[in-house]
Each structure stands twice: as structure tokens, then as C-alpha cells.
Design a protein around this ligand. Structure first.
Ligand SMILES: NC(=O)c1ccc[n+]([C@@H]2O[C@H](COP(=O)([O-])OP(=O)(O)OC[C@H]3O[C@@H](n4cnc5c(N)ncnc54)[C@H](O)[C@@H]3O)[C@@H](O)[C@H]2O)c1
Ligand SMILES: [Zn+2]
Ligand SMILES: [Zn+2]
Length: 390
């Protein structure tokens, strides 16, 4: 089959790779109809995440039709239209039973770099390095889906592919930021980043009763989109003293909840130095600029939720502000298995609309061009969506 492979720093190529096969009874094979780019792919592209190898297939946000099921799969039949959670989790370990699916004990094998770097192995993810299981990505014609009954969800008929594909990662990540960020009715919520994750965090904060939601970015078309589709207010961070403006809009205190949905995506295309890779640092640009600003801006006693992806170490983290302001600091990769059924229901009821985020559609053969557009945020691109079967 054809798949979009990482070949080296800022190099992608469409290659013929072996078709995926069922490896155990709970697996299924999905024929991909939509596979979306994500901000989490950009540090991979730039070679800043240790463990990615030339030839690895990228992509973790996807939807398709069931092509083949293992003998132990109960919830899915060949031909079903399913969206697959980007997080790979077993569904039965202690963490999964707590709803902490991205912390699953059986997502990434013990003894991996993830365990060495983070103290414990975590749940898996498609299209990422071995630290998170090394599952082949979704920018391909077919994908093997392990723990299929746990990670794949039938898409209700009225929900379009372009809407439902966001239930794979960006919508659960957005919901998580608002829910685990403890947004309460009447809150003022600030969201750094107007990509798909930031915009869906803003929508979730409103759904949870936030009084004011303020989204911060520097791309006018993303800010306009956030205003139009989420009802949020926006700030252009290059033209604004962000903490001062946030204080002004929150009764002089600062936002109750600050969600960082940026990560390290904007560090440019510089590869990690050998020293950075050796020490497990994500690279020279793993700079938590927006996390620092969120900690600074948040009201005393408020919550900062970090949705942005970090893999290694950061410098100059303002722990003193966290401590002295009595902040709650939380973070996670999304536990989508916990929220996807609810998000699909909302999509079916037209309460959650996401298709406008799929700004550009490409055939898989145009993978490198589709990624360049997304990476450069060119032509108003928020998400490139690949259609491997036309
Ligand atoms: N926690 C999770 O499970 C999860 C899931 C999906 C994505 N993510 C992460 O969430 C982040 C956002 O994802 P995305 O797909 O929306 O990414 P994206 O790259 O499309 O958007 C990031 C946005 O942040 C903006 N930004 C950069 N620096 C900023 C700053 N200092 N202040 C405010 N905005 C700034 C950029 O201009 C860009 O619009 C990424 O780090 C991604 O890896 C996490
Ligand atoms: Zn993603
Ligand atoms: Zn588990």
C-alpha cells in the first residue's frame, strides 16, 4: 500500500510499504477515508523528537471503514464507518479503568525510551516514535488498529467524515483542556493557540459554561475563524501585552483557567543537536513560551492546563509563580476513549461543528506539499486532510 513516510529532517515521501496485518485477536484493519495533520507532527517533521526513524509512517487522526476484524472484536463489523482515537489503550488496565487512557500500561511496551525518559511507560499513539508504542501512522491506505473495541467508535450516520475525523484527537484534546482544566460556569478562560486544538478548547469551555473565552495567536485568519465558530474573543499576541489585557478582561484578577494549546510547533525547522537527542531533550526549541505566559497571566489559585506536546525537558520553568500563586498545573495526552462517544453525540446533534477546521484536502500522493502548507500555516491552513482513496 501507499503511505506517507518521514525520511529525515523536513523530508517526507510517499512510499510503497507492506499492507498491515492482524497481529492479535483484538486487532482490526481500517481502510482510511480521512487522515489529518496535527501540530504534534511538526516537531516530528523537524527531527526534534528522539526515536523517529526514516521510513516511519506519520499520522494519528483518522477515520475510515473497517476492512478486516480479528476474532475477538465484538463491536465492529466489516464496512462500519469508524473514527479511531489517536491514543492507543488497552481498556482494562488500572489506568484505563480510571479513564486515564493515555497513561495505559499496555499502550507502549515496557523497556522503551518512554519508560526511561518519563519513569513509566505510557499509552500508545499512532504515527509517533517508539516512546509511544511505534504504531504505524494513518497517512496510509490502511492502518492496523489494536484494541479495536476500545479505540474505534462507529460514526453516527448524519455526521460527515470531515466533521467526525476531529473526534480522533483535536476534539477530545480540546474537551480535556476545558474539563480537566476545571472550567466552571461563569469562568474567564484564556486559550493560547488558535489551531484546531485551541479552537476546540474554546468551544468546550463555552459548552462547560465559561462566561468569557479569550483565544490568543498571531495568525489573523485563525483568530477570525475562532471568533466566527467558537464565539470567543481574540488577542493578537504580537500587538498586545497579553497578561495585561487578560487582567483587564477578567475583573483585574486574570483568567480562572488558562489552557496552553501551542507546544513547540513554532520553533522552525531546526533539528535537535546530537547533545539534545542524547540527553533526551526534544531539541533546542522545546521552549515553553506560552506555558510561561499562561502561568504569569493566570489568577491566583487558578488552573493552568498544558495541552501542547512536550517530550523532553524545558528550561526556565516558573515554578516559583506556580507555588506562590497557588496554581494547579495539569497536563495530559488526551484520554479520548472517555469523551469520543459524547463528542460524536454532540456532532450528530449539530452542537459541535468541526468541518471548517479541515481547510485543505489532498490526495496522499501530495503528502509532502500538504504538510508544507500546514507547517507554514500558508493559505489559511488549519488542518490538511488526506484522502488516501481519492
Ligand atoms: N494533549 C493532547 O492530547 C494533544 C492532542 C493534539 C494536539 N496536541 C498538541 O496541542 C498543540 C496544538 O495543536 P494544533 O494541532 O492546534 O497545533 P497548530 O500547530 O495547528 O497550532 C498551534 C498554534 O499556536 C500558535 N502559537 C505559537 N506560539 C504561540 C504563543 N506564544 N502564544 C499563542 N499562540 C501561539 C501558533 O501560531 C499556532 O496557530 C500542539 O502542541 C499539539 O502537539 C496535544
Ligand atoms: Zn493530533
Ligand atoms: Zn490500559
Amino acid at each position: 500500500m501507499r503511505a506517507l513516510c518521514w525520511e529525515g529532517v523536513d523530508q517526507l515521501a510517499v512510499r510503497q510499504v507492506p499492507d498491515p496485518e492482524l497481529r492479535n485477536a483484538h486487532d482490526m484493519i481500517v481502510r482510511v477515508r480521512r487522515s489529518a495533520t496535527c501540530g504534534a507532527d511538526l516537531p516530528l517533521l523537524a527531527g526534534r523528537v528522539p526515536g523517529l526513524a526514516a521510513g516511519d509512517v506519520l499520522g494519528h487522526e483518522f477515520l475510515g471503514e473497517v476492512a478486516e476484524v480479528g476474532p475477538a472484536v465484538r463491536r465492529h463489523r466489516v464496512g462500519d464507518r469508524v473514527v479511531v482515537c489517536a491514543t492507543v489503550a488497552c481498556g482494562h488496565c488500572w489506568y484505563c479503568r480510571q479513564g486515564l487512557h493515555s497513561c495505559c500500561d499496555n499502550g507502549a511496551a515496557p523497556g522503551t525510551v518512554g519508560e526511561a525518559a518519563w519513569g513509566q511507560p505510557t499509552g500508545g499513539c499512532y504515527g509517533r516514535p517508539r516512546t509511544t508504542g511505534g504504531f504505524a501512522g494513518s497517512h496510509a491506505e490502511y492502518v492496523r488498529v489494536p484494541y479495536a473495541d476500545v479505540g474505534a467508535f462507529t460514526v453516527p450516520d448524519p455526521v460527515s467524515d470531515d466533521r467526525a475525523v476531529f473526534a480522533s484527537d483535536a476534539a477530545p484534546a480540546g474537551w480535556m483542556g476545558a474539563e480537566l482544566g476545571a472550567v466552571r460556569p461563569g469562568d474567564v478562560v484564556a486559550v493560547w493557540g488558535a489551531g484546531a486544538v485551541g479552537q476546540l478548547t474554546a468551544q468546550a469551555a463555552t459548552a462547560l459554561g465559561a462566561d468569557r473565552v479569550i483565544v490568543i495567536d498571531r495568525y489573523p485568519e485563525r483568530l477570525r475563524m475562532a471568533e466566527r465558530h467558537t464565539g470567543a474573543e481574540t488577542l493578537h499576541y504580537e500587538h498586545t501585552d497579553v497578561p495585561a489585557e487578560l487582567r483587564e478582561r477578567s475583573g483585574g484578577r486574570g483568567p480562572d483557567v488558562c489552557v496552553e494549546a501551542v507546544g513547540v510547533a513554532d520553533g522552525g525547522g531546526r533539528p535537535a543537536s546530537l547533545a539534545d537527542r542524547f540527553t533526551g531533550r526534544g531539541g533546542p526549541a522545546e521552549d515553553p513560551l506560552a506555558v510561561r505566559e499562561a502561568v504569569h497571566a493566570c489568577r491566583k489559585g487558578g488552573t493552568v492546563f498544558v495541552s501542547g506536546t512536550f517530550t523532553g525537558f524545558v528550561d526556565a520553568f516558573p515554578l516559583g509563580a506556580v507555588m506562590n500563586k497557588g496554581l494547579t498545573l495539569r497536563s495530559a495526552r488526551q484520554h479520548g476513549q472517555r469523551w469520543i462517544p459524547m463528542l460524536l453525540d454532540r456532532m450528530a446533534r449539530d452542537e459541535l461543528r468541526t468541518e471548517h477546521l479541515a481547510t485543505h484536502r489532498f490526495d496522499l500522493d501530495q503528502g509532502p506539499a500538504g504538510y508544507a502548507l500546514f507547517r507554514d500555516r500558508a493559505d489559511g491552513c488549519v488542518r490538511t486532510v488526506f484522502t488516501p482513496h481519492g
